[in-house]
Structures are given as structure tokens and as C-alpha cells.
Design a protein around this ligand. Structure first.
Ligand code: IVH
Length: 683
């Protein structure tokens, strides 16, 4: 009896504490106006943890204590979006912004348009669902049609409300919002500092760090990273709620429901928009998070709707992308790297400098011709930027700042790795080392062989490959398959567990299909797509090895140069020996006459499109079935579409399919096909 009373009391106390904590989180994250100290907040939090430990049955998923991280999951489930998650068209200049405004006014017939301008946060897009005011699901954008479920990880983010706040209309029955998950700049700096101290690899920029943190299979790791989120779009709200008529109305409603929103500016004309955009371009660094531009949205949503959308982006919103940030730094040296195909690439070694959010100390100079054209010398002050905000590139050197001590660079005559002669073909800009057993080439080739799109041998990265080569344990890709756990455990930095894992990934890679193996060989001109076409056409490794140039040139994408490179490649003794090793080791794709069987699939050569929700499987699974049967999945319906598979609540694709006379399959018909109960012709 006494127990029941105290349990009831505790239940009440727990509910009050949760309410109080949620209120303080709201003041801190949404209003940016905390009223208690961190220490006081921690005290409330610990009190709640204590009570929940005493009465575990009182724990609910929306308790703030549950942010610390739930179950470890093995993989992320793919879940279809309720409707496509679009992205934005870009504008790069004032003129393009004005053109966007002109077009929007023309289509809408409006004299003048009002706009809202928000920072374009450089993070990861997420979609969150709330059912009966409770946070129930979080998805990444994925391919726009379906995303990966990251609910457990998003739950750990302090600024994500686990329960919606009551507004005068009550709480929505169903709410779907879109926002951006990111790591504030300062936290990124600290995280990398800690990683450096613990000898862990550094993240290149805050965006990568946020992506890495969100895609952790253990939510506890995510919880340990100070991720934040800001929300900018209501995708759906039901039921007694009316969608606000304006963008600012949406942002205000989001805020009232408990979501942090980005700073925004309301503008009465495109002129004002341009002023605001240039203000932020200048002051972007004062924001606590990285932004790569500004998003401009038509304020009146009804007008926005009349403007509609083109395939992937709405016409009533546009992203203004800031020009790449440029900084100056000194070129301390130019070194030469030897790549997989023997190409020598000059690399500028720079005085480390921060540009667009990360520290850069090297930049590829591509080839000697480019160095001549830009007149780049060792000792020069260079203007550096990041192409696409990712790859460092030297735009120019500042000749006015030369002292006379700068040195011109020229390509070495001997390979820096093996000392063999370097040649330059007349019709190429590249210099090459022609020694096919050059250690640098071998190493790069092995890195390529193990890479994700090739044989995907997890854990066999550049450092271990280097140690294996140095220890003389491997001489070619075939040797990878005769490595033993003892061999690997003896390498620096490898223990029993890591070597066991590596042996397992090597074993798993034996079942990679033929196109992956063909791509893994790294034959010149043979990228992933060409490897796929060749495999499809010739169907087995033996046939590929035996094919002459004429036969190869019958394949789409294969021109005379590629055909020649393939024939030359397989003619080499060392290649034949390597392939024998793969065969003996049981690499599946390396033997068997019919290694590539997709051709025979009933959907072979056919493209299907998916719309709506299927009740029996996820979109991802449907896609896998289609591919297994030899077909392809596309995101839009065209005259070439073989069939549209329509689940419940299909989108506009259904109308389009009907208009074009494209066959529409019900889920049942699709299942019959998948399970071989009917043929593609429907009988
Ligand atoms: S509105 C229809 N607002 O930028 C797209 N997007 O392509 C609606 N982003 O992937 C997006 N900050 O993840 C919007 N304030 C903001 C944003 C924002 C960042 C991202 C978004 C999207 C990309 C635009």
C-alpha cells in the first residue's frame, strides 16, 4: 500500500521534472535565453535519472534522459518519404537572383514579391515525424524518395524536442518537419583537438563531422558529439491545424511548437534580399555554424504553390551560393606523387591555412603544363580556394610579392619511387613512370583494388597496405587472399581482434560480382560504368581476358583506346599470375563461365519507377528486387519507363504515367512478378 503511494508520488515527480527539464531545454535551445546555470540543469537531470533508475517502468522514450543513447543498431533501415524531399536550385550572382524574382513575378502575376531570407546551413538535411505530439521518426534525405532511419541518433540531439509544446490550437496529431543537423564550428574545433590527442583521424570539416556523428551505429557515440539542429520547413501538419499562409508564419509556428529555427530576414523586394544576402556574405563568420549561402523563399505560400516545382526543386525558393572563400598562403615545396597508372602528379606543399572551415596543407597542381600556365614557383605566395567548397586548388600566385628567391619547378626525369625513366606522350599533359612494377604504382593500385566501389575490403586501407608491402607479405592483389591472421597480427598497430576482422573482410570480398572485380583491376579508361558494361556483355572473366580489340569495341562506351588498354592489360604475365591467385583463392567472380547472370532477368534492360508506399516492403527492398531481376529504377516517369509501380497514396508520377500511357502496376502485380508468379507480360 505504502509502496503504491510512493510509486504514484514518484510518477508525479518524474512527470514534473520532465516538464521542467523540457522547459529549460526550450529556453536554452530555442529562445537562446537560459534562466538557470548548467550546474543547476545537471542537478535536475540527475535527479530524474535517479528516480527512473529506481522505477524503470516509468521510463518513456520522450524522457530527456533517453537522449543519452539507446540500442546499437546493425544498419540503418531505409524508409520511404511521404513525398519527395526536394532540393534547391542555385543562384551565384545578383543577376541570377533578379532573374529568379522576375520569373516568379511573371508566373504569379504579382507586381512585387515579399521574401524571407535564411542562412543556408551546411549540415545534413533531416525529416522528423511527430505523432500525437511525440517524436517518433527521423530520416535522412537519402535519394529524396527514401531515407535512412536515424531516430535513435537524432533523439540524442539536445535541441530536438522530444515532445511538442502546446500552442493555442492544442498539439498537432501529425507533424512532419525538415531541418538541418550540424556541428557548431567551435565544437568541431574541440572535437578535432580531442581526436588529435587520442591519435584518431581528423574530420575535414564540420559537415563531415556532423555526418559521421549522425551515422553512428551506436547512438551513445552520437550523444557524445554536441550536434545541433535548426528547422525551417513544415512538410505536413494535421489535423485541426491550418498550414500558415506565409513562410514567417511557418517559422513562428515551428518555434512555438518547440523547434529552434534559423535567424531570418523579411524583405519587401528583391533589392532588399540582395542587401541582406551581401550583409551575410560579409558576416557569415560571425554565425556559430558554417553556412554556404542564403536561402531565399517567397513569403506568400499560396503564391509559392502557383509557381510549382521543376523535377527536383521548387520554383519559389532559391539558394544563393557564396563564392568560394579565398586565402593566401606560401608554397613551401612542390613534391611529386606517383599514381596507380604511373601518372606523376605535382603537389604543392603549403604553409597550413584555414580555408572554408578546414586546415589545408597541400593542393594538387595536376600537371606541369598547368604549373607553367599559372607560372607557379616554389616559394610563391598562392591564392587558395576550395573548389565546390571541398577540393583545395591554387587559383593564382601573387607575382607582386616575389622576392627573387622563388624556384621554378620541373618534372623529374626519373620516377621518385623507383628511379625508372619518366616519359611524356606527345598528346598527353601527364608524365608517367613506365615501370609496371613501380612500388608506388603497385601501392596505389592495391588501394584502388580494396576501395569501396571495387572489392570493398573494409579495413584494408593505405596504411596497412603500406605495411604489408614493406613486410614483403604481398606483391600483388592476388596475395591478399593468402594472408593469414598471424601475418596481419604481426604488423605494427594490429592486434588479434583487428587482424581477425580484416581476415573476415577479405573473405567477404570473395563474393563480389564480376563488374566490381573488373573495376578493381584499375585498367586505364575502365571506370565503374565501363566495367559494368563489359561484364554485362562478356559475362565471364575468361571471356573478357580472351576478347580482342574488335570484340571489345562492340561494347557501348568502349573506344579503340580503352579496348587496347584492356587487351594490353590482360596480356601481361604478372596480371595472369595475379588472376590465377584470385581463382585459386576462390574469388567467385574470377571463375565460372556465367559469372554475370543479370542479363537473363525478366526485367533486363527495363526501367521501372516507384511511387507511393508499398505495404509489404520498403522502397529500398523494392529497388533491390527490381535490380535482382535485371531492371533499373529511375526517379521520374518518361516514355521509356517500362512500368510504374504504384503503392498507396501515389504522387503526381501516377498522373504522368497515365498521361504517357506507361503501364501502372499495383503492389500485388509487382509481388507476383517478384515471386515469379507472373511474367512481365502479365501472365
Ligand atoms: S529550404 C525544397 N532552408 O540546403 C528544399 N534548405 O538544396 C527546401 N538547407 O538540402 C530547403 N539551410 O538541406 C532550406 N534555411 C534553409 C536551409 C536549407 C540549409 C539545405 C537543405 C537542402 C539544401 C538546398
Amino acid at each position: 500500500m505504502g509502496d503504491a503511494v510512493s510509486r504514484e508520488q514518484t510518477a508525479r515527480e518524474v512527470a514534473e521534472l520532465r516538464q521542467l527539464i523540457a522547459e529549460h531545454e526550450y529556453r536554452y535551445y530555442v529562445l537562446d535565453d537560459p534562466v538557470i546555470s548548467d550546474a543547476e540543469f545537471d542537478k535536475l537531470f540527475r535527479k530524474l535519472q535517479q528516480l527512473e533508475a529506481q522505477y524503470p517502468e516509468l521510463i518513456t522514450p520522450d524522457s530527456p534522459t533517453q537522449r543519452v543513447g539507446g540500442q546499437v543498431s546493425s544498419a540503418f533501415r531505409s524508409v520511404p518519404h511521404t513525398r519527395a524531399v526536394l532540393s534547391l536550385a542555385n543562384a551565384f550572382s545578383e543577376q541570377e537572383l533578379r532573374a529568379f524574382d522576375r520569373r516568379a513575378r511573371e508566373i504569379s502575376g504579382a507586381q512585387d514579391l515579399d521574401y524571407v531570407v535564411e542562412p543556408k546551413i551546411d549540415g545534413l538535411s533531416v525529416i522528423l515525424r511527430y505523432e500525437n505530439a511525440r517524436f517518433t521518426l527521423a530520416l535522412t534525405r537519402g535519394d529524396g524518395l527514401s531515407g535512412e532511419e536515424v531516430t535513435a541518433n537524432v533523439r540524442t540531439i539536445g535541441s530536438v524536442p522530444l515532445m511538442l509544446r502546446n500552442v493555442p490550437e492544442g498539439a498537432p496529431e501529425y507533424l512532419e518537419v525538415r531541418g538541418e543537423v550540424f556541428l557548431p564550428k567551435e565544437d568541431f574545433r574541440k572535437l578535432n583537438e580531442e581526436r588529435e590527442q587520442s591519435g584518431l583521424p581528423l574530420f575535414a570539416n564540420p559537415r563531415n563531422a556532423a555526418a559521421g556523428s549522425l551515422r553512428q551505429i551506436d547512438p551513445k557515440v552520437t550523444a557524445s558529439r554536441p550536434l545541433r539542429a535548426l528547422f525551417y520547413e513544415i512538410r505536413e501538419i494535421r489535423s485541426d491545424f491550418r498550414m500558415p499562409g506565409t513562410e514567417t508564419g511557418c517559422l513562428e509556428l515551428l518555434k512555438a511548437l518547440g523547434f529552434p529555427v534559423p535567424v531570418y530576414n523579411y524583405c519587401r523586394s528583391i533589392g532588399e534580399v540582395i542587401d541582406v544576402v551581401s550583409h551575410w556574405q560579409e558576416h557569415r563568420h560571425s554565425l556559430p555554424y558554417d553556412i554556404d549561402g542564403m536561402v531565399v523563399k517567397v513569403q506568400d505560400r499560396a503564391l509559392g504553390d502557383t509557381l510549382g516545382a521543376t523535377g527536383h526543386s521548387p520554383r519559389y525558393q532559391i539558394a544563393f551560393k557564396f563564392p568560394a572563400e579565398q586565402v593566401e598562403t606560401k608554397i613551401q615545396d612542390i613534391i611529386v606523387q606517383v599514381g596507380r597508372t604511373g601518372v606523376l602528379t605535382p603537389i604543392a606543399m603549403l604553409e597550413p591555412v584555414t580555408v572554408s572551415g578546414s586546415v589545408v596543407s597541400r593542393a594538387s597542381l595536376h600537371n606541369e603544363t598547368l604549373i607553367r600556365e599559372k607560372d607557379i614557383r616554389i616559394g610563391d605566395i598562392a591564392i587558395l580556394q576550395k573548389a565546390g567548397d571541398i577540393i583545395p586548388e591554387i587559383v593564382a600566385v601573387v607575382k607582386e610579392r616575389r622576392t627573387g628567391d622563388e624556384k621554378e619547378f620541373s618534372m623529374p626525369e626519373a620516377c621518385p619511387s623507383c628511379g625508372s625513366p619518366v616519359i611524356k606522350l606527345v598528346d598527353e599533359v601527364a608524365h608517367r613512370c613506365i615501370n609496371i612494377s613501380c612500388p608506388a604504382q603497385l601501392k596505389e593500385g592495391l588501394i584502388h583494388f580494396c576501395s569501396r566501389d571495387a572489392m570493398d575490403i573494409r579495413g584494408l586501407g593505405p596504411a596497412i597496405i603500406e605495411s604489408l608491402l614493406q613486410a614483403g607479405l604481398i606483391k600483388d592483389a592476388g596475395d591478399i587472399y593468402s594472408l593469414t591472421q598471424e601475418d596481419i597480427a604481426g604488423l605494427p598497430g594490429m592486434g588479434q581482434k583487428s587482424s581477425r576482422n580484416l581476415i573476415e573482410s577479405i573473405e567477404a570480398s570473395k563474393s563480389r560480382p564480376l563488374p566490381k572485380l573488373v573495376y578493381a583491376f584499375g585498367v586505364r579508361h575502365v571506370g565503374a560504368r565501363t566495367a559494368d558494361l563489359i561484364s554485362r556483355h562478356l559475362q565471364s572473366l575468361d571471356d573478357i581476358m580472351d576478347a580482342d580489340e574488335e570484340r571489345l569495341m562492340q561494347i557501348e562506351d568502349v573506344g579503340p583506346e580503352t579496348a587496347k588498354a584492356i587487351v594490353m592489360f590482360f596480356r601481361q604475365d604478372c596480371v595472369r599470375q595475379m588472376i590465377d591467385k584470385l581463382r585459386n583463392a576462390g574469388v567467385e567472380a574470377a571463375f565460372g563461365a556465367q559469372a554475370y547472370q543479370d542479363q537473363a532477368g525478366p526485367l533486363s534492360g527495363r526501367t521501372l519507377v516507384l511511387t507511393g508506399t508499398l505495404s509489404s516492403m520498403t522502397r529500398h527492398e523494392a529497388k533491390e528486387h527490381i535490380e535482382r531481376l535485371g531492371g533499373k529504377v529511375s526517379s521520374s516517369v518518361s516514355r521509356n519507363t517500362f512500368a510504374l509501380v504504384a503503392g498507396s497514396a501515389p504522387g503526381s508520377k501516377l498522373e504522368r504515367a497515365r498521361a504517357l500511357g506507361v503501364r501502372v502496376m499495383t503492389e500485388e502485380e509487382f509481388l507476383d512478378l517478384v515471386h515469379g508468379r507472373s511474367s512481365v507480360d502479365g501472365n
